[in-house]
Design a protein around this ligand. Structure first.
Ligand SMILES: [Zn+2]
Ligand SMILES: [Zn+2]
Length: 457
């Protein structure tokens, strides 16, 4: 067994194409294995993290939902899942996570710590409001609808500081550390960006005339209200995009700090580092504004860098998915997975050696704002919704792209021209394959649960 530490960095909602704009990570890439065509298996945080750390698709471990929509039935199998931190803990690793999600995400971690949330500055208006009698407050609430302003759980600087403190405490032990950065998740570091007058170029061109209020012309659902409450209706869409890029630059600086800290402590040469995002972010593509729903490329393509001790830099072409990480990392460590037959992911170590993977397809699904499934195979990408109702996006009150979509990614990489009607045979074949795959995943979930009950006896 190779006695490497593991530092696993997840940058929430970071698009693949932003990586080139991140100064440190672009430089650091030259010391890493770069998986060029990596995909998440879903587009929300909860199921994505669960898949990343288990090597299982969402339908296999059961957590297909996110946040407040996760029900007890989704978690029925999660206790039986072999998360990588659980496997390594059994082998004597100290396991730690810097995150705030809690719940089942704590499984297998000795330390699960959240940086302290910095309190927002209280404005004069909010102070006066606080002093008003309860009756007046209730009256105001009835006349002025509640604001749904979004906020970040903590800042990147605080996450790095906590991560370094934990590494300091674990020194001398072999450790696995997960660090989750949130700054590239809506609302981004928007007010700070405005304060600094920052102006970053956006990877997706947005017409410079449009403001948040203009969105209501194209999007009708609750999401626009949230955007208005969070950013203000007169804010330029470009300014929000700029804040997204600014936030990516801040996280980049924090990762640089963390890497230099590992270097100073002479730990980097002995540490596997994984840098990825749990999903991407749509910056207006397909009518999806500053969120990550939809199974289009901006939401499911992710950056994926692996710093592996003793391995030179290389770019690896061909598909890779988050579920491949557990088998790949275990293989680099020389550790056997306790139930390799349950894994959905593939060991990519041989592919890394030759510089291209032979994963033939990419699978993804979503359930939070709409229920859709995606299969990417060869040049085609197929997306479908099991029912017309399930295709309706509850955030935007619309059906993005249709109930059944097929794109020729060679000719139409931006997924603008749905050819499902022109190529019904290809669409039918891909749908059949998707249905068979999802049936197998559910079967496997039952088997994992049965196997674990059996093992306990
Ligand atoms: Zn996320
Ligand atoms: Zn939508």
């Amino acid at each position: 067994m190779n006695p490497y530490n593991i530092v696993w960095i997840v940058i929430d909602a970071l698009r693949r194409d932003v990586l080139e704009h991140m100064q440190f990570l672009s430089k650091f890439s030259a010391r890493c294995v770069v998986l060029e065509d990596a995909y998440s298996v879903t587009n929300t945080t909860d199921p994505s993290l669960t898949s990343m750390l288990s090597g299982l698709y969402p339908l296999t471990h059961g957590v297909v939902q996110h946040g407040e929509r996760v029900e007890p039935r989704h978690l029925a199998c999660v206790g039986a899942v072999d998360f990588i931190q659980k496997i390594l803990k059994k082998l004597g690793y100290a396991t730690a996570a810097v995150d705030y999600l809690g719940r089942w995400h704590r499984i297998g971690f000795d330390i699960y710590a959240s940086p302290i949330r910095r309190v927002e500055k209280r404005t004069a208006v909010s102070t006066i409001k606080k002093l008003l009698p309860k009756r007046v407050k209730m009256l105001i609430r009835r006349v002025v609808p509640a604001r749904t302003r979004l906020g970040l759980p903590y800042l990147a600087e605080d996450a790095t500081e906590l991560a370094m403190k934990i590494i300091g405490e674990l020194e001398g032990k072999r450790f696995f550390l997960l660090v989750h950065y949130w700054d590239t998740h809506i609302p981004y570091r928007f007010s700070e960006c405005v304060e600094h007058g920052c102006s970053f170029e956006c990877p997706h061109a947005i017409d410079a005339r449009y403001r948040v209020r203009d969105l209501s012309r194209w999007v009708r659902g609750e999401w626009v209200k949230k955007l208005v409450d969070t950013f203000g209706e007169a804010t330029l869409l470009n300014a929000i995009c700029s804040a997204y890029m600014y936030s990516a630059a801040l996280v980049d600086r924090e990762i640089e700090k963390l890497v230099s800290f590992l270097e100073q402590r002479k730990l980097l040469d002995n540490t596997i580092m994984i840098v990825t995002s749990d999903h991407g972010e749509s910056l207006g593509e397909h009518g999806i504004w500053f969120d990550h729903h939809g199974l289009y490329e901006p939401s499911v393509r992710v950056p994926l860098l692996l710093h592996i001790p003793g391995m030179d830099h290389r770019r690896v072409s061909g598909f890779a998915q988050h579920v491949d990480l557990v088998p790949t990392i275990l293989s680099v460590l020389g550790v056997k997975h306790p139930r390799p037959e349950t894994l959905d992911g593939e060991d990519l170590t041989a592919a890394i050696e030759v510089g291209s993977t032979n994963r033939s397809l990419v699978y993804a699904e979503e359930a939070y704002t709409e229920r859709k499934f995606m299969l990417r195979e060869g040049r085609y990408k197929y997306i479908y919704s099991p029912t017309p109702e399930a295709a309706l996006c509850r955030y935007c009150n619309t059906v993005h792209g249709g109930i059944e979509e097929l794109y020729d990614m060679d000719r139409d990489p931006l997924e603008l021209n749905n050819i499902a009607d022109q190529q019904p045979d290809i669409a039918r074949e891909m749908r059949k394959k998707l249905e068979a795959m999802t049936r197998d995943m559910v079967r496997k979930r039952v088997r994992i649960k049965l196997l674990s009950t059996h093992a306990k006896r």
